[in-house]
Design a protein around this ligand. Sequence first.
Ligand code: 2M8
Length: 427
Amino acid sequence: MRALALDVLRNNWTGGYTLPSRRLYPHQWSWDSAFHALGWGVVEPARARDEMAAVFGMQWSDGRIPQIAFDPATADDAYFPGPPFWRRSGSVRDGRLTSCLVQPPVHAAIAARLPIDRAWARRAYQYLAAWHDYLFDRRVRPGRRLVSIVHPWESGMDDSPVWDGPLSAVQRREPRTTYVRRDLQHGSGDPGDRPTDAEYARYVVLAEDYRDLGADDDRLGEHQFLVECPLFNASLAWSEQGLADLATQAGFDPGLHRRRAAQLTAALVADLWDDERGTFGAYDGCAGAHVENPTISGLVPVLTALPGELVERVIGTAVKCFGLGGDGVQLPTVAPGSTEFDPGRYWRGPAWLNTNWFVVQGLRRHGRTALAEGLAAHSLDLVRRAGAREYFHAIDGRGLGTDGFGWTAAVTLDLLSGLTPTPGSAG
Ligand code: 2M8
């Protein structure tokens, strides 16, 4: 399986970074690259550092690390929405065109696990501290403590049912852009598993809106989708701990990052914890209301330094509602007992290796070794049976979505390696 995973990463390697998939996703994606670096870190650390350097290369002058940097050698219409849609030029360090959105900030947590020296830690720290500053300074809404996302694509779990409510309130209009859905071509598996055309039109409208605000976060009050997502904010808290570790390696003061990690964790508990359901919900800033969360994103804050009582509650929910430690496919992205569960549909039920990996890291962090290693072994089994597919059917485990998928391969390599400590696990 190591050979298979390594083949996928090698085949998707462009010379500077790794494509999520040669056909379906032929550019550089932000959080995919972080996972790719994790995998390269196990087998070829120099490539892990190159992959991270390519992430730093896509950073805007305001500090944001955008969702996608487009490969200039790839045709504009190979992926939608591509450069002609985003109409960006030139603000990126290495000159590539990018989208305006972002993705979950897992980079610093992963960078801190890589084999690095002091000079590299200094370099990484500077870019990643600027990235986090962007999120704290520009994406925390007045009177709030957690970071808001402006589009479901920013969550990484694009089609999650958690976005159904906030999306249904988006003013109905036809997209202004004429487009062909490239995501239904290029070997994405069964097009019926992908978002519907109506959902997709809503995504395009929201992307047009944010683009047409000039991606100017001073104008977020005019935007129609502002949601505090538990996975996004938990990644940030975890990565603040990673940034503290990088700062220490670099010889800088880690204090600010330790404080921020603690403050974000406290805010996750105060603002998103759903005591009745034993999980973390989301908060819809446009509606001023909490959103129920039947998905795995509600478990991901287990990555952080949660109080012990909440760790037990989250694990209890994972066991009872998601089948952690049981005989079935682990872990479905949506709890099988919920009405939104759809076992084969993109981000609405299937298991994904990266979301499993988060839960493994959280369980390890809190000393729940048997559950953690059981989930790691189960995740590897999915790949052993179906290959490095994009995601796995939540009932029979068959491979779905595209084949030769980068982060599935990368996480496989990390899980096989038996692993390095998780940021924060020492303290
Ligand atoms: C999927 O998202 C992209 C948009 O970013 C798409 O559907 O075209 C998601 O699974 C996302 O989390 C992932 O980063 C991306 C590339 O693998 O694909």
